[in-house]
Ligand binder design. Structure first.
Ligand SMILES: [Zn+2]
Length: 122
């Protein structure tokens, strides 16, 4: 799929490039979930691409940092390459925080729903 692209957000579906490593899948999934939450409403369809990419990657950075992964340098490099200005992030802090909280809350809800007392299947 997608050649050089790591993933794609289609508004209800996220595609990940099967040729990548699990760590790239995780980072890409968080980035694409940022797009899913922030960039598929009619109001956001005209947001400039540098702003969109800064928001998605900043969301991924916050989520992965919250999960304990040291991927900030990867996110910073991506934002430098794809986003125009630091103001793209500063102007979107509330949106980034909202999306990050929503993703982390979803992960936590799934962890809470898992029955950790279940024995390991034999
Ligand atoms: Zn993106």
């Amino acid at each position: 799929m997608m050649g050089g692209t790591n993933g794609l957000s289609k508004g209800g579906t996220v595609l990940l490039n099967a040729s990548r490593t699990p760590s790239v899948w995780l980072q890409t999934l968080c980035h694409e979930m940022g797009h899913e939450l922030l960039h598929h409403s009619p109001e956001t369809r005209c947001v400039p691409r540098p702003q969109v990419e800064a928001e998605a990657e900043s969301t991924a950075a916050v989520v992965l940092n919250g999960l304990g992964f040291a991927t900030i340098a990867n996110s910073a490099a991506y934002i430098r390459e794809h986003a125009g200005r630091p103001s793209d992030i500063l102007n979107a802090l509330e949106r980034i925080q909202w999306a990050s909280r929503k993703i982390l809350a979803g992960i936590q809800a799934n962890l809470n729903a898992a029955d950790v007392d279940d024995p390991l299947p034999e």
